[in-house]
Design a protein around this ligand. Structure first.
Ligand code: PLP
Length: 455
């Protein structure tokens, strides 16, 4: 890349450290600078337009430039730009949002704790779980089981629960008491002649074996995304969660649904827990909670978990956890407005209406010579490239085919996310039929160009 001295790209390279980036490659390649957006489209600093096929990072559900969210933020900024919720303080946006979340989540998830990101929320969950079992006089029941390829964030505890090598390697993670069980990816880990249901049973059996090996009295919780996102959009078999949940119930293990991506319509129901029939004891939401216009996340807990935590806080004299910006009033006001828009525009019906076209469009790529699997549900999906369709052999990790496809996609005006050799799709929920076609037209060209590059 030819970087002009003092250009934004040069200044970026000089001073801006990027998350999830090869910093030496960045020095050579420079940034893609996105400065504006409207609807499902964003524009770079050269005026080139892209479809944001990932809704940013699985988050801008209402697309870019939603004026009502801007207004909600501006109004709240004027009224009360900041207040906190420590030591019995509160404010209306926080109250409204907590009530709304309690109403819309399934079961008796009635109590809401706010944080600012998915990672912070999941770190909060770990502390809730430990506090819960101390409160119940079971100090040995502390282990949390997550899954290989699960993604729960990057702070110390949440990165430990994340089951991806690069989040642990050289960070001295995972911490103690965090374990990982099998990844429910049938295409990759299903055995010859095994049905999806039998595979789901094997996954649940593996979980049970792990619990028994560790001792059920030491295992506190199981955490999972209804559909794994950052691990490569891995949709489990339909019966997987029922079987996993049954094992957890058998050993008095809390079920935690990390709905940071799935929450608010992504899978075709309001929550992934509804799509996969999970009744979690704890649910975590973020991202689409505010359409990502401001950072906010929430941990929503059942009556049972709340009662134990509340008793313990009374015993100790306080619940010694919370963030300066827990339930920030401006972020909360934007989230309340986001949820209102979902309801008024019936975003769920819209997702249900366009999802079949999206899923069919994705599946058309399955015939491509190097597409091993196409998978997805609702408005999220992925296309996985393989070196050999019959053996399912992956490409040599040193020969970056996924990176190439990602680059070709950008050249063709669509931003996706390359996860090893899978390209993930997660467009804003407001995407229309016509725009879905445009998205796949652009991606199809990128795939053909990558095919030519492979040859
Ligand atoms: N949980 C899930 C399922 C996620 O997908 C993510 C982020 O992608 C996180 C947690 C972490 O969220 P954040 O990046 O806001 O810390």
């Amino acid at each position: 890349m030819n970087v002009r001295p003092n250009s934004p790209a040069a200044r970026d390279i000089a001073h801006h450290l990027h998350p999830y980036t090869n910093w030496r490659r960045h020095e050579a390649d420079g940034p893609l600078i996105i400065n504006s957006g409207k609807g499902i489209y964003v524009q770079d600093d050269q005026g080139k337009e892209y479809i944001e096929g990932m809704a940013g990072l699985w988050c801008t559900s209402l697309g870019f430039g939603e004026e009502r969210l801007v207004q909600a933020a501006a109004e709240q900024m004027r009224k009360l730009p900041y207040y906190h919720a420590f030591a019995h303080k509160s404010h209306n946006p926080g109250i409204d949002l907590a009530e709304r979340l309690a109403d819309m989540t399934p079961g008796d998830l009635n109590h809401v704790f706010f944080a600012n990101s998915g990672s912070e929320a999941n770190d909060t969950v770990v502390k809730f779980v430990w506090y819960f079992n101390n409160a119940l006089g079971r100090p040995e029941k502390k282990k949390i089981i997550s899954r290989i390829k699960g993604y729960h964030g990057v702070t110390v505890a949440s990165a430990s629960m994340t089951g991806l090598p690069n989040n642990h390697r050289d960070f001295d993670l995972p911490i103690a008491n965090i374990l990982h069980t099998e990844c429910p990816h049938y295409y990759r880990f299903g055995q010859e002649g095994e049905t999806e249901d039998a595979f789901a049973t094997r996954m649940a059996d593996a979980l049970e074996a792990k619990i028994l090996e560790e001792g059920p009295e030491t295992v506190a919780a199981f955490i999972g995304e209804p559909v794994m996102g950052a691990g490569g959009v891995i949709v489990p078999p339909r019966t997987y969660w029922k079987k996993i949940q049954a094992v957890c119930r058998k050993y008095d293990i809390l079920v935690i649904a990390d709905e940071v991506i799935c929450g608010f319509g992504r899978t075709g129901e309001m929550f992934g827990s509804q799509t996969f029939e999970i009744q979690p004891d704890i649910m975590v939401v973020a991202k689409q909670l505010s359409s990502a216009y401001l950072p906010i996340s929430a941990v929503i807990i059942s009556d049972k978990v709340y009662d134990a935590l509340a008793d313990n806080s009374a015993k100790i004299g306080t619940f010694g956890h919370g963030y300066t910006y827990s339930g920030h009033p401006v972020a909360a006001a934007v989230a309340v407005e986001t949820l209102k828009i979902y309801e008024e525009r019936d975003i769920l019906s819209h997702v249900k209406a366009v999802a079949p076209l999206f899923q069919e469009g994705l599946r058309k790529f399955a015939d491509h010579p190097h597409v091993g699997e196409v998978r997805g549900v609702g408005l999220v999906g992925a296309v996985e490239l393989v070196a050999d369709k019959t053996t399912k052999a992956s490409f040599d990790p040193a020969g970056p085919v996924g990176v190439q496809l990602d680059k070709r996609a950008i050249a063709n005006g669509v931003i996706l996310r390359n996860i090893v050799d899978s390209l993930a799709f997660c467009p804003p929920l407001i995407i229309t039929d016509k725009q879905i076609k445009e998205l796949f037209d652009r991606f199809g060209k990128a795939l053909d160009e990558t095919e030519a590059w492979i040859k």
